[in-house]
Design a protein around this ligand. Structure first.
Ligand code: PEP
Length: 253
């Protein structure tokens, strides 16, 4: 892994204040594993409380609205999550694309708003099982990503992270092979180079997400093009999440 590995936990619609003890445990252990950048994206309701608990790890949001504010009941703007303590936002997760009809155009608008507010973004992409079986995974992911990436981003290396998450691997216990992940990440890297130039693209980390656990993390993170992991289920307990962070720390520079 050529860059500092980035391990991000996505708590999805899980977590009440009782789970702040997990946040604290993850943060304290991460202080001894500085080789790895660690972050958590709890639900909106816990962002501020989690931010108050941590000294080392980043806290982020799982989504934000593209608008600045106003008559949009139930939505939360980028400026609001920043104000609550978020440093980044996950955008375009497949559960939002599928469950909330988020198109690439919507994701791109959200990305522009988040960046304008000063949030780093983790942009998700990934194919369905049918698309992979049809041999069209790479074409699908590249088109999804090129339509979702924000235009004119000057500091991509600092502000942008990509998460490749095949939908069929999320929460299923199934994963692609290391070769399949590496091939997809190389194709994504080429797109990022085309979009933002070689120098900026070098610093953009491409995370893998989908059933990453402590016992498969070392293998799934072993390709040079895998810059870390976006972790769902296994991020809900400090013990399993830290197992993944420890695996990332073991990967030679
Ligand atoms: C996710 O939803 O981002 C994810 C990777 O979930 P899991 O780790 O549970 O497959």
């Amino acid at each position: 892994m050529a860059v500092r590995p980035f391990i991000v936990g996505n708590w999805k619609m899980n977590g009440t204040r009782a789970m702040l003890s997990e946040v604290r445990a993850i943060d304290r252990a991460s202080q001894r594993l500085m080789k790895v950048e660690v972050a958590l994206a709890p639900p909106f309701t816990l962002i501020h409380a989690a931010h108050k608990e941590v000294e080392q790890i980043g806290v982020g949001a799982q989504d934000c609205h593209s608008g600045d504010g106003g008559a949009s009941t139930g939505d939360v703007s980028a400026a609001m999550v920043l104000d609550a303590g978020a440093k980044f936002v996950i955008l375009g997760h497949s559960e939002r694309r599928q469950g909330h009809d988020e198109t690439n155009a919507v994701v791109r608008t959200k990305a522009a708003s988040a960046l304008a507010a000063g949030l780093r973004i983790i942009l998700c992409c990934g194919e369905s099982e049918a698309v992979r079986d049809a041999g069209k995974a790479e074409a699908f992911v590249l088109s999804q990503l090129s339509e979702s990436l924000p235009d004119g981003l000057q500091n991509a290396s600092e502000m942008l992270t990509i998460a490749y998450e095949p939908i069929w691997a999320i929460g299923t216990g199934r994963t692609p092979t290391v070769e399949e992940i590496g091939a997809m990440h190389r194709a994504i890297r080429a797109l990022i180079v085309d979009s933002y130039g070689e120098e900026q693209a070098q610093g953009v980390r491409i995370l893998y997400g989908g059933s990453v656990k402590p016992d498969n993390a070392l293998e799934l993170l072993s390709d040079d093009e895998v810059g870390g992991a976006l972790v769902g289920g296994a991020s809900l307990s400090a013990e399993s999440f830290l197992g993944i962070v420890l695996a990332a720390a073991e990967i030679p520079d």
